[in-house]
Write a protein that binds this ligand. Structure first.
Ligand code: ATP
Ligand code: MG
Length: 157
């Protein structure tokens, strides 16, 4: 079914902001026509909750977290950006394998499964994922979906 991605993201941000409390600010920015997409609601929710939860968890209090979406007639990009602890270069390539956590997580709790699941979901949608991160500066994770693939892989609800 057609999903209004922009509205979906606004609702999700409201919910995540409520849960995160006043110490974190989640900011939504959308570019292009994101009202008509063929994205599966449940998988999309799973993906975004995982990425936003990471962004909050790995950021100090006072952190700003951005959810950016970019839509044109061929692609849909979802980007989650934070100014948190970052991911060391040597750990960046293993994050999508189960139980892999970076060396700088300290006592921040986690099992190392979230991104593995995100990657699986993305594969179901024929999407791509790119991690950009620098220790002490922050992390940006960008997902790209291709509209022609989405139109052909609708998941039953
Ligand atoms: P969980 O299974 O509860 O999600 P987790 O957060 O440790 O546990 P992943 O979400 O798979 O597992 O993330 C894997 C690792 O990647 C994390 O342990 C952390 O080292 C690193 N990581 C992921 N997102 C971020 C981020 N936004 N900032 C810094 N490090 C991150
Ligand atoms: Mg996680």
């Amino acid at each position: 079914a057609i999903l209004n991605l922009e509205q979906f993201c606004r609702d999700l941000i409201d919910e995540m902001q409520f849960n995160a409390g006043p110490n974190y600010q989640i900011i939504f920015q959308q570019h292009g026509d994101c009202e008509h997409t063929y994205l599966d609601k449940k998988l999309l929710r799973h993906i975004l909750v995982n990425l936003l939860t990471n962004a909050i968890k790995y950021s100090p209090e006072g952190g700003h977290i951005y959810l950016n979406i970019f839509c044109d007639h061929t692609e849909i990009k979802l980007q989650v950006q934070d100014n948190g602890i970052g991911i060391p270069e040597e750990n960046q390539h293993h994050l999508f394998e189960p139980f892999q956590r970076a060396g700088n997580v300290g006592s921040i709790p986690g099992t190392g499964l979230g991104l593995t699941m995100v990657k699986k979901c993305l594969d179901l949608h024929g999407g791509e994922i790119v991690v950009n991160s620098q220790v002490g500066v922050g992390t940006t994770i960008t997902l790209t979906f291709f509209r022609n693939v989405l139109n052909n892989c609708e998941v039953e609800n």
